[in-house]
Every structure is written in structure tokens, then in C-alpha cells.
Design a protein around this ligand. Structure first.
Ligand code: URA
Length: 434
């Protein structure tokens, strides 16, 4: 088999066999296929797509490139949740303890943020002492005993994806539906949960720019995941504006705690309860209406906050952040920007907010950058809100006045005001089920 011929076949829309796809993935992971050959094949996939059989073969071969976890020691159905990435997306910090408080077993490995999207692991690491690594037996025991654990992905899971993603990132071949499907699902399948909930985002702050593209990605992932023997469902959600009020690691933990304390009703709380309800149905705990009610009760009763506290303590973190969010890292400087006229908030371009937060040090432009956990932005208004001249629009948090000023200018340009109230956009566009 020659890599050159396989590149030609994909370019000419001739489907590859399972053996040919395995040859490519295994050869590249082993260092036998050079970067330029693999990059050419990835570009051919971006331009021509793959059939569903090819996408399934790619996903399963990538899954099998490393360890696959066996979660059977937990002794109950397990569920995992994955977001395709967005700005201010802290739903994992909220729906994981909600689902656990309702009796689900959430076994979750998450990633760090790269580029302008945040990662759950960085958010959790902003909690003093919180450890995102532990031996596998301890991970299984924590999920069994507390109902949830969130750790960072071990290097032995899907090494093929690690290498391929790094090459895609350098060669403008990230935003391809078969490649994203294989990348995300191979990791989810290797992690072994019985149920997988996917939050597929669309909008300016997401890989998929339109709801139609997000639905196509979701349908592909649900079909491939179901063929691999898992219960998979996808929720298609809007990411044109940031999710919730806060963007930045410690700020997002603070907001998650406020939601679980019942102090922050609104779109973020609603979406988190909706996601938790889907996780519960995937765990076989009832229909979506009953599960939604259970989720809301877990927030109202404080049971979900107790689960977060238990998870933080079990992972070595300072659980008193649940009582006093000022124990989270704080930025040295802050700056509030006010409205220069009255109007309605027509839009907040989430990609720009993400890039401004990256400039503040809340994210990393490259894999080795250090993070300023206290940096970020707190929005004082959401799309559709009416504001008067002089009302605070947002507060920027950072290490120096200069950094705050630069971010504030960028964020101000991303917030648009109009004279008439914009039509509300539902947070959930669609649910894609097997
Ligand atoms: N997240 C992943 O893990 N992989 C992709 O390709 C895109 C988003």
C-alpha cells in the first residue's frame, strides 16, 4: 500500500477500505508516514469529505491507537458529556454535579483550552489545590462513591488523535466534519462511558459557524457512536454570544458556583439543567420531563452544590470556594466599561470575547503558555437587555492596566447596541438522537 495512492483516491472520491484507513492512521502514529503526506491526505478529506463507512473506520482506528478504559468496576451505567467548545462554556462544572446529585455516574476526562476556547481542566485547576490527575483505580472509585470525577486526559488515550490534531492545527484542516467526528468520538469511545452526550455548538465562537453545519456534525457523530455500541445524543446549541456572564477560568468557576447556589437563574442555568436532564435519560433514569424536574430540584435543594463540594474535596481542592468565591485567584487589575448611549444589546461576538480573554492571559495561544487564572471578563448584560447611557456593560480583569485597556477596547467593539429589542434566539436549536 502506498500513501501517495491513498491521497489520490480520497482526492478522486474513491472510498478507502478499512485496511487502507488503518494503514494511514497506524503509519502516521508510528512515525512511518511523514507529516507532509498525512497533511495532504487530511486536506483531501477537508475538500472531498469521507463516506460514513470511512468516518466510522477512521474513528475506530483512532480509538484503538491507545488505551481503552474499562469502567465496569463502577458497577452502574456511566455517562460522559462533551462540548465541541465555546466561549464561557462552563456547563460541565454545573451539569456534572447536578447529574451526580440525581444518581448518575459521570466519568469524565476533559481537555485544556487551546486558542480562544476555554478548557474545563484549566477552569478546575483555578481552584486552589485541585488535582486533575489520579490513578485509574482512584478515578473509578471516585465515580462509584461520589458519582462524578473530572480529570485530564491521559497521554495514552488516542495518541493518533493527539498527533493528527497537532498537524490539523498547523495545516488549516481542523474544520472538517469527518475529522472532527473521528477526533472527538475516538476519545469518547476510548474513555468507555455507556452514554455520551454531545453539546455541538454553532456560531462565531464555535468550529461550526451555522446550525445546519452543527446538525450535520451531530448526526454523523450520533450515527458513528451508535454503530460503536454506545447511547449517543447531541444537543445543538447557540454560541454566537458567550454562555453566561463570565469568561475566564476562576470567573467561570465563580459563576458555576453561583448557578448551583441558585443565585444565577437564566440561560446558563437553563442550559445546564437541560444537559443534566439528557445525561440522566442516557443513564436510564426516566424520560426527559421527569429528568429535567430532578435536575432543577437538585439545584434548588443544594444537593448539586454539595456534589461539587464533594468532588473538589476528593480531588484535593479547596472546597470552601463553594462558600466564598473570593478564595479563587483574583486579578491584580480591573476596569469597567459603561454604555455611551441607551439601547438594546443586539449582539456580543463571542469569538472576539474569546480573543480578548486570550490577550488577557486567560487562555493559551500555544500549548506551553502559562495561564493567568484570575484574568477574564464579566459581562453585566446579555443579548436583548435594555441599557441606559452610563450603565456598566462589562468589567475586564487582568494583570496590568495596559492589558485591561487593550481587552476592553476589543470587547467594546464586539458589543453592539440597537434602538429596537432583537428577537430572542433559543439556546437549544435541536436535539439529535439515534
Ligand atoms: N475538539 C476535538 O477534540 N477535536 C476536533 O477536531 C475539534 C474539537
Amino acid at each position: 500500500m502506498q500513501t501517495y495512492d491513498l491521497i489520490q483516491k480520497t482526492r478522486r472520491l474513491i472510498p478507502l477500505t478499512e485496511a487502507e484507513i488503518r494503514f494511514l492512521v497506524e503509519g502516521f502514529t508510528a512515525g512511518e508516514i511523514p507529516d507532509e503526506m498525512m497533511a495532504a491526505w487530511l486536506m483531501a478529506v477537508c475538500c472531498q469529505g469521507l463516506t460514513e463507512a470511512e468516518t466510522t473506520a477512521l474513528t475506530l482506528t483512532m480509538r484503538d491507537s491507545g488505551d481503552c478504559l474499562d469502567l465496569s468496576a463502577i458497577g452502574a451505567p456511566t455517562v460522559d458529556k462533551h462540548s465541541t467548545g465555546g466561549i464561557g462554556d462552563k456547563t460541565t462544572l454545573i451539569c456534572t454535579p447536578i447529574a451526580a446529585a440525581c444518581g448518575a455516574h459521570v466519568a469524565k476526562m476533559s481537555g485544556r483550552g487551546l486558542g480562544f476556547t476555554g478548557g474545563t481542566i484549566d477552569k478546575l485547576e483555578s481552584i486552589p489545590g485541585f488535582s486533575v490527575t489520579m490513578p485509574q483505580e482512584q478515578f473509578l472509585a471516585q465515580v462509584r462513591d461520589i458519582g462524578c470525577a473530572v480529570i485530564s486526559q491521559s497521554g495514552h488515550i488516542c495518541p493518533a488523535d493527539k498527533k493528527m490534531y497537532a498537524l490539523r492545527d498547523r495545516t488549516a484542516t481542523v474544520d472538517s466534519i469527518p475529522l472532527i467526528c473521528a477526533s472527538i468520538l475516538s476519545k469518547k469511545l476510548a474513555l468507555g462511558a455507556d452514554g455520551i452526550l454531545l453539546d455541538v455548538k454553532y456560531g462565531s465562537g464555535a468550529f461550526m459557524k451555522t446550525p445546519e453545519q452543527a446538525v450535520l456534525l451531530a448526526e454523523t457523530m450520533v450515527r458513528v457512536g451508535t454503530q460503536a455500541g454506545r447511547r449517543v445524543r447531541a444537543v445543538i446549541t447557540d454560541m454566537n454570544a458567550p454562555l453566561g456572564n463570565c469568561v475566564g477560568n476562576a470567573l467561570e468557576v465563580e459563576e458555576a458556583v453561583q448557578v448551583l447556589r441558585g443565585e444565577a437563574p437564566g440561560a446558563l442555568c437553563d442550559l445546564s439543567c437541560a444537559l443534566a436532564a439528557q445525561m440522566l435519560t442516557l443513564s436510564g433514569m426516566g424520560d426527559v420531563v421527569a429528568c429535567r424536574q430532578m435536575a432543577e430540584e437538585a439545584v434548588a435543594s443544594g444537593a448539586a452544590l454539595e456534589k461539587l463540594r464533594a468532588m473538589i474535596a476528593a480531588q484535593g481542592g479547596d472546597a470552601s470556594v463553594c462558600d466564598d468565591v473570593r478564595r479563587l485567584p483574583q486579578a491584580a487589575e480591573q476596569m469597567t466599561v459603561t454604555a455611551d448611549r441607551a439601547g438594546y444589546i443586539a449582539g456580543i461576538v463571542s469569538e472576539e470575547i474569546g480573543l480578548a480573554c486570550l490577550g488577557l492571559g486567560a487562555g493559551r495561544a500555544s500549548g506551553l503558555d502559562a495561564i493567568d487564572y484570575g484574568a477574564g471578563v464579566r459581562l453585566h448584560c446579555a443579548v436583548g437587555d435594555a441599557v441606559n447611557s452610563g450603565d456598566p456593560l462589562f468589567t475586564v480583569y487582568g494583570s496590568t492596566p495596559a492589558r485591561c485597556e487593550a481587552a476592553a477596547a476589543r470587547i467594546r467593539a464586539a458589543v453592539s447596541l440597537t434602538d429596537t429589542a432583537p428577537a430572542p434566539i433559543p439556546m437549544i436549536h435541536k436535539i439529535v438522537d439515534a
